[in-house]
Design a protein around this ligand. Structure first.
Ligand SMILES: Nc1ncnc2c1ncn2[C@@H]1O[C@H](COP(=O)(O)OP(=O)(O)OP(=O)(O)O)[C@@H](O)[C@H]1O
Ligand SMILES: Nc1ncnc2c1ncn2[C@@H]1O[C@H](COP(=O)(O)OP(=O)(O)OP(=O)(O)O)[C@@H](O)[C@H]1O
Ligand SMILES: [Mg+2]
Ligand SMILES: [Mg+2]
Lengths: 263, 263
């Protein structure tokens, strides 16, 4: 059975779609069979990425690698509870079905609390949560006492993941792996970076997540979106020769991430 | 009557809460009477900022300046249409009431489509939309043809603002001002920055928004969140002497923004 990996964080702009698209392409290039879902039905960033990739590929006569890409139709039920229940069921069956045929099933989640997103948390084997290097982002994971600087209590997104972990343990006797990855790391910021890093380290021990090798703030991670490409594709479009130092470093950060995940 | 200014963008992490808190404090320091609303009921970043500020202020016996801070209680109606209608009405009356007593009413909106957020778009005199320097963020404003690089059509967030502009013109014969501000600008990224800049310039003429002086990616814009402070407060907490060049530049960016808005 394939592994269902969701890229999730209710915090907007943490880097879910960026990390989802980069992981999808990197795993495909490593020879894995990958199915990808975009359950951010409103913004559809990953859907748009795949559309851009298809247009770029066909216009230039390339043979870029593509995942099996699927979305999950939203329920049209009028009554809210019926609608959420139908969204939940459709998400569960779609993800389970994909796991029958694909080694890796990646799910890009919205920066909002939706029935589909909750169902994805329930069906996931692993959750990857990107976080900006900021106490604003950290706040959704845990509250920090403004006086003592100590972690005072887990906050609502941690609680939601804990709930999903507990349910998976009780219903399936299986372990829900939770990974947190620092994203958009600055090269120059020393003090804030250290403080956020320490807070994440402490929290990882306290509420049980694994810290993944982080990604720096790099233009290449966003510049290729209109073409549906990632840094890992550049060799296939003849642009890997004379790659800048920053791009070589970007590619290494993605490789480190994939390696650490041991997919 | 006071001016109702909402900081809004359905795109998550564009910088709404960061810009809202910095504008609120800067305007207070400029002697304005400010009322601030946080209608992101889930994440409550601006609410947390104000709580952190209060604790920091009282713990250190300071006399930091505070806005009148309000939130709008969510409806508890079971049926979805009734709930949205009640949210809409409460938001409208709360904002109108604040505009009776305060020169400036700032509203921090969520990175999601909620009834309160829609009502805020309907009541606003001005909308400030932050955007990361990225075609991922740009995508919510307008779609770009992957082949020609031309703007092909406005996307759903632009359409929502257009709807609000049209309604305001028809019902109140008043002009809804729309501002877009580039946020988290990189110092070093040349090509992507230029491309995104050109796309925003073209779009501003085509769909009618004013471009504000942007904010750079600077640690100081996020580092002071746990204390509920902004760069504009540092002189009041005795930390403005020996400010780094980057901090002096950060303060100037906020001043340019306030000046341009001519509040
Ligand atoms: N490591 C990075 N380096 C440079 N830019 C990045 C990086 N990660 C993300 N970005 C940019 O930051 C913004 C937010 O990223 P992204 O859209 O992937 O986040 P998200 O969590 O999917 O957001 P949402 O909650 O809206 O779905 C985008 O403009 C993206 O291009
Ligand atoms: N100019 C900036 N320089 C440095 N960091 C910034 C800047 N603007 C925003 N950030 C950081 O980027 C992240 C997103 O910013 P913020 O939370 O203000 O966005 P938002 O639009 O309110 O997000 P949401 O949609 O989740 O409400 C935060 O971690 C914040 O600290
Ligand atoms: Mg996304
Ligand atoms: Mg916010």
């Amino acid at each position: 059975l394939g592994k269902i990996i969701i890229i999730a964080n209710e915090k907007g702009g943490a880097g879910k779609s960026t990390i989802a698209t980069h992981l999808i392409i990197a795993c495909l290039k490593a020879g894995k069979k990958v199915c990808a879902f975009d359950i951010d039905n409103r913004q559809q960033t990953t859907t748009r990425f795949m559309e851009n990739r298809r247009v770029f590929n066909d216009t230039h006569g390339l043979s870029l690698i593509f995942p099996e890409f699927r979305s999950i139709e939203l329920s049209k039920e009028e009554e809210i509870k019926a609608r959420q229940e139908e969204d939940r069921e459709r998400t569960n069956s779609a993800l389970k079905a994909a796991a029958q045929d694909y080694e890796l099933v990646f799910v890009d989640c919205p920066g909002a609390d939706t029935a589909q997103a909750r169902a994805a948390h329930g069906s996931a084997d692993a959750i990857i949560t990107p976080v900006n290097d900021s106490f604003i982002d950290f706040d959704l994971l845990a509250k920090i006492d403004p006086v003592t600087d100590e972690i005072s209590a887990p906050n609502f997104y941690s609680q939601m993941v804990w709930e999903a972990k507990k349910n998976k343990a009780m219903k399936e006797r299986a372990h829900l792996e939770w990974f947190v990855i620092r994203n958009r790391l600055s090269q120059i910021d020393a003090r804030n970076k250290r403080r956020v890093g320490e807070a994440i380290e402490k929290l990882s021990k306290r509420i049980g997540f694994t810290i993944l090798p982080g990604l720096s703030e790099r233009v290449i991670f966003r510049e290729l979106f209109p073409k549906g490409l990632t840094i890992m594709d550049l060799e296939d479009v003849g642009e890997a020769n004379g790659m800048s130092l920053s791009n070589v470093a970007a590619r290494q950060e993605i490789r480190n991430l994939v390696q650490f995940l041991n997919l």
